[in-house]
Design a protein around this ligand. Structure first.
Ligand code: HEM
Length: 96
């Protein structure tokens, strides 16, 4: 049976969606400040690996766990659910 990853269009589709998504995030005044010290080349590649894994396109993900990856942002920069909602909205707009 085709995986969700294949149904969504595979690598090309995920790559394009992630690139467009971060373009939108970095222009979003509600959340762009969280990314000022982030290496966006690495970030895009981590996110592609994570989504490929989440959609069933690979069976391993070597990146950090989500809680660990965002711990300092929560504790030191006040990352909260309102920022999550902004990210979710940007993702929905990207996929329209
Ligand atoms: C469903 C929600 C989210 C997912 C799936 C997600 C996914 C990821 C992944 C895969 C990484 C890379 C982990 C690694 O380095 O191994 C990461 C890092 C990061 N995320 Fe998220 N994220 C989410 C929500 C958010 C939100 C709401 C924000 C802030 C508005 C955010 C800001 C960041 C930043 C700034 C980093 C890089 C941290 C660093 O530079 O070390 N994320 N995220």
């Amino acid at each position: 049976m085709a995986t969700l990853f294949e149904k969504l269009g595979g690598k090309d589709a995920v790559d394009l969606a992630v690139d467009k998504f971060y373009e939108r995030v970095l222009n979003d005044d509600r959340i762009k400040h969280f990314f000022v010290n982030t290496d966006m080349k690495k970030q895009r590649s981590h996110q592609k690996a994570f989504l490929t894994y989440a959609f069933g396109g690979s069976d391993k993900y070597d990146g950090r766990y989500m809680r660990e990856a965002h711990k300092a942002l929560v504790e030191e920069q006040g990352l909260s659910s309102e920022h999550f909602d902004a990210v979710a909205e940007d993702l929905m707009e990207t996929l329209k």
